[in-house]
Design a protein around this ligand. Structure first.
Ligand code: 4AD
Ligand code: MG
Length: 442
C-alpha cells in the first residue's frame, strides 16, 4: 500500500492518509491488548498505537526505550477527550527495527531523571540531550540565534566571521588559553572586538556570532571556558545611541521569539513567567549601584566593608541587586581602573568610562560594552598605563591613523541570555557540550 514519508512535525498535513515515520522510542506502554509508543524524531513527538497482530507480535519483540524504528500506518485525529502530541495518533499496520537500545541494567535511564548526578548527566550528554528539557532549550537556542541575525540585519549591521586563533588579548591576560601556533605563542580568542572595530570602516556596522574562550578558574553558575559570543560594533554613535542599541536588540529578539507560537510554547514550558521586555530599561550609574548596595546593607565580600568608589561589584552582590530589582538594568560609567584598556573616558568625569553592563534577573551581567578610545595617542597611553606591549596590536593601533571614528560596541553571552529566557539555573544547561574548569569532554 502507498504511503507518504513524513517528519513528525508535518503529520497534521496527512490526516487519514498512510504515512511512514522513523525515530526513537521516547515512551513505551502496553495496556489491555494495545501498545502505545511515543516516537521522537527531533522535530516532535507522535503517539503510535499497535493493535491486534502487531500488539501480539510486540509481546515477543525486544523493543526498548531509545530503540529506532520505522512505523507505517494511518494518521488519525484523536477523538474528543483523548490527548496526545499534535492531537492525533498513528494507527500502525507495520513496523521494523533499525537499532535496538539496551534494556534492563545496561540501559541508561537517566535521560529523564533530570535530578541525577550532574557529572554523570554530562558524561552521558549524548543521551540526556534527548530529554524534554534539554531538547526544548536547544530548540529555543536555535530560534534565538536566528532572531539575533534577523534583528541585527534589520538594524543595518552585517555579519562577519573573525578568527578564533589570535595573538592579542582583549579582556586581560589571566583568562587566556595558550596555543602552540607552529611554534609561535598564540591564544584562543576572548573577544572579536578588535577585529570588528577594523571592519566598520570597510563594511559598516557589523556583528559576529563566534565562540570565545576564557580560562575561568572560578566555578560559577554563569562562567564557561568556551561560550558563544554575540558581538556588535557600530560607528558614529554616541554612548546613549549605544545603550539604545543594546535595548533594541534584547527587546527585538525576545519579542521575535514570543511571536512564534511553537517557540513561545517551549519558552513558557520552561519558564512560565517569561515576558519579553518592551519599554526602556532602567538606567543606573555605577555610583548609584554602590549606593543601592550600601543602602541595602550588602557588604563588599572582597573587603568586608561598605562599597566605595573603585570597588568591583562581584557576581553574588550583582545578582542580589538584579534579583531584587527584578527587571533589566543598564549599569553604566564604571571606573577606569576596573575596566578594559580600550574604553573611552566620560568627558565630564574622567575617573569613569563610557561603559555599560546589561544585567538581567537570575543571571546578572549578560552584556558588556563601551565606547572605544578613538585616537591613537590616547590608546597608546592606555597601553602604557596597563603595561601592555603594543606590538601584537599593530593593526588595531594603525587603523586609527587611517580615519579615526567615534564608535562603540558590546558583547553578549548567548548562554547567559538563554539561561534568562529559559529560566535555567546555570549556563551549563544552555551549551550543547559545556566546557568549564575540569571538563572538556565528551
Ligand atoms: O564583558 P566581556 O568580557 O566583554 C568583552 O569581551 C568585550 N570585548 C565585548 C565587546 O565589547 N565586543 O564579555 C561580554 C559578555 C559578558 O557580558 C557575558 O555575557 C559573556 O560575554 N561572558 C561569558 N559567558 C559565559 N562564560 C564566560 N566565561 C563569559 N565571559 C564573558
Ligand atoms: Mg564584562
Amino acid at each position: 500500500k502507498p504511503f507518504v514519508k513524513s517528519k513528525i512535525q508535518d503529520l497534521a498535513k496527512y490526516r487519514d492518509q498512510r504515512v511512514s515515520v522513523s525515530g526513537w522510542i521516547h515512551r513505551l506502554r502496553a495496556q489491555k491488548g494495545l501498545v502505545f509508543i511515543v516516537l521522537r524524531d527531533g522535530t516532535g513527538l507522535v503517539q503510535i498505537v499497535l493493535q491486534g497482530d502487531l500488539a501480539n507480535a510486540y509481546q515477543t519483540s525486544e523493543l526498548t526505550l531509545e530503540s529506532t524504528i520505522e512505523v507505517k500506518g494511518e494518521i488519525k485525529k484523536l477523538p474528543d477527550g483523548k490527548t496526545a502530541p499534535g492531537g492525533h495518533e498513528l494507527i500502525a499496520d507495520f513496523y521494523r527495527v533499525y537499532g535496538l537500545a539496551p534494556s534492563g541494567e545496561e540501559a541508561f535511564s537517566n535521560r529523564v531523571q533530570e535530578d541525577a548526578d550532574p557529572s554523570l548527566l554530562l558524561d552521558r550528554r549524548h543521551l540526556t540531550l534527548r530529554g524534554d528539557t534539554l531538547s526544548a532549550v536547544f530548540k529555543v537556542r536555535a530560534a534565538l540565534l536566528t532572531a539575533f541575525r534577523k534583528t541585527l540585519t534589520d538594524l543595518g549591521t552585517i555579519e562577519v566571521t573573525p578568527p578564533c586563533m589570535v595573538q592579542s588579548m582583549v579582556e586581560g591576560g589571566s583568562t587566556l588559553f595558550n596555543l602552540d601556533y607552529y611554534g609561535e605563542p598564540a591564544y584562543l580568542t576572548q573577544s572579536s572586538q578588535l577585529y570588528l572595530e577594523t571592519v566598520v570602516p570597510a563594511l559598516g556596522n557589523c556583528f559576529c556570532i563566534q565562540e570565545s574562550f576564557r580560562a575561568e578558574r572560578s566555578h560559577t553558575r554563569r562562567h564557561l571556558s568556551e561560550y558563544t559570543h554575540l558581538e556588535v560594533e557600530v560607528g558614529f554613535v554616541t554612548f546613549e545611541d549605544l545603550l539604545q542599541h543594546v535595548e533594541k536588540v534584547i527587546i527585538g529578539v525576545t519579542n521575535d521569539l514570543m511571536s512564534q507560537p511553537d517557540i513561545k510554547e517551549l519558552i513558557l514550558q520552561l519558564n512560565p513567567k517569561f515576558k519579553a521586555p518592551n519599554q526602556k530599561f532602567r538606567r543606573m550609574r555605577y555610583t548609584d549601584a554602590l549606593e543601592w548596595l550600601n543602602d541595602h546593607g550588602i557588604i563588599n565580600s572582597d573587603t568586608g566593608e561598605k562599597f566605595k568608589f573603585g570597588d568591583d561589584i562581584s557576581e553574588a552582590e550583582e545578582r542580589r541587586m538584579t534579583d531584587e530589582i527584578n527587571e533589566p538594568i543598564l549599569l553604566t560609567h564604571f571606573p577606569v581602573e576596573i575596566k578594559s584598556f580600550y574604553m573611552e573616558k566620560d568627558s565630564e568625569d574622567t575617573r569613569v568610562t563610557e561603559s555599560v553592563d546589561c544585567l538581567l534577573p537570575n543571571v546578572g551581567e549578560v552584556v558588556g560594552g563601551s565606547m572605544r578610545i578613538m585616537h591613537y595617542d590616547e590608546l597608546m597611553a592606555a597601553f602604557k598605563r596597563e603595561k601592555m606591549d603594543p606590538t601584537p596590536y599593530e593593526f588595531f593601533l594603525d587603523m586609527r591613523k587611517y580615519g579615526a571614528y567615534p564608535h562603540g560596541g558590546y558583547g553578549l553571552g548567548v548562554e547567559r541570555i538563554l539561561a534568562w529566557i529559559c529560566d535555567r539555573f546555570t549556563v551549563r544547561e544552555c551549551s550543547l557540550y559545556p566546557r568549564f574548569a575540569g571538563r572538556c569532554k565528551p
